[in-house]
Design a protein. Structure first.
Length: 359
């Protein structure tokens, strides 16, 4: 199942307590948090190095100190809204008077749906940080974990205000558990990796516990990585880290979704059979129209079981069309993936004015 080794090393200080460093290297256990606590010697400092985190900078840094870490296995063993207000004349389709006066953004409130349009990317980033921090605060007061699912794309740079004061200090990062909505099947240090994107732009700047970051096993095939990720999520549902919906699906506290110019969300592309997947929680694609071709992705049943979804969209390459299809009075016959985002919980749209330009 897993290899366990205790490596004791004398503290570099002449006096003071000695610690035992227990290194868990798991080749099969999908994630650290479901390992039984009873296996750890009392007083141990624990480091987890599972195949999932192989080549993960976070974990590598844990071992950069002079600790007698004996190689336990060869690398070969490591596999792994009704519109409120009148049309404005200024380019943005619609605004509430109060919101314009206050923040320069437009707001639409419908049943569990809120649409906000921002004059600039900077304004969007400021509002997104407040939204996430407020939600983190609210959820963390009611339970011990705040489960957040990240996308790739421009989302990560739009999280930049969250890593600055006041939020860097005020958010209770210890409750955060981070997942990926979709991931490219590439090594974690590859330029196409959504893990790398998130690590460089967000995770490396906030004190989220490394053991609460659930990246894919990049040593597996697309199919294997999808199965492995689903097993990981199932363990976390079982151990109540992730809440459960009434229908037994994982109910993430917050999914942060981007959208491509073709209307795709996650790695669920227009016209693809995966849009109809009802059984799997996590699936894989080998013919993604957006490179790279091999990816894993959460499916619509899981996406729509979320407690909160934030759709974060900049209109840089034709996103206004799909946004109009989803929020306007578009008559298109083919349903785009973005139109299938319909969570049981709350849906908040964060759009820049270009993305909202056809509304
Ligand atoms: O891996 C991916 O490709 C992303 O996770 C993807 O789902 C992304 O969120 C959208 O493509 C939007 O990307 P942009 O924000 O770059 O338009």
């Amino acid at each position: 199942m897993f290899h366990l080794e205790n490596c004791s090393k004398k503290s570099p200080l002449k006096s003071g307590p000695q610690i035992t460093l227990t290194v868990i290297i798991s080749t099969t256990a999908p994630c650290p948090s479901h390992l039984p606590l009873s296996i750890y010697p009392p007083g141990s400092a624990l480091c987890f190095l599972s195949s999932r985190f192989h080549r993960t900078p976070y974990y590598a840094s844990l071992f950069s100190r002079p600790v007698a870490l004996k190689a336990l296995a060869s690398s070969a063993d490591f596999r792994g809204a009704s519109v409120v207000g009148a049309k404005s004349g200024g380019g943005i389709g619609w605004r509430t008077k109060a919101a314009v006066a206050d923040t320069g953004m437009a707001t639409e409130k419908g049943e569990g749906k809120k649409v906000s349009v921002f004059d600039s990317e900077e304004d969007l980033a400021v509002a997104l940080a407040k939204y996430i921090a407020d939600l983190s605060d609210k959820v963390s007061k009611t339970k011990s974990s705040f489960t957040v699912v990240l996308s790739g794309g421009c989302l990560i740079k739009l999280l930049r205000k969250l890593v600055e004061p006041p939020y860097i200090d005020s958010v209770d990062w210890s409750t955060w558990h981070v997942f990926w909505l979709d991931e490219r099947v590439v090594p974690k240090d590859h330029v196409d990796s959504n893990y790398k994107l998130a690590f460089d732009g967000f995770l490396s700047k906030v004190p989220i516990l490394p053991g609460n970051v659930y990246s894919i096993n990049d040593a597996l095939s697309a199919e294997g990585a999808a199965d492995d990720y689903e097993i990981c999520v199932k363990h976390l549902v079982k151990s109540n880290v992730i809440a459960t919906s009434e229908s037994g699906l994982p109910k993430f506290d917050l999914m942060l979704l981007g959208m491509g110019p073709d209307g795709h969300v996650a790695s669920l592309f227009p016209g693809h059979p995966l849009l109809k997947e009802k059984e799997k929680w996590v699936t894989f694609i080998k013919d993604s129209p957006k490179p790279p071709p091999e990816r894993i992705t959460f499916t619509f049943p899981v996406i729509n079981a979320s407690a909160h979804i934030a759709l974060v969209i900049l209109g840089t390459a034709g996103e206004a069309g799909p946004v109009h299809a989803a929020l306007g009075n578009s008559q298109n016959s083919d349903v785009l993936p973005i139109q299938m985002v319909s969570p049981a919980g709350e849906l908040a749209w964060f759009l820049d004015k270009e993305a909202a330009s056809k509304l």
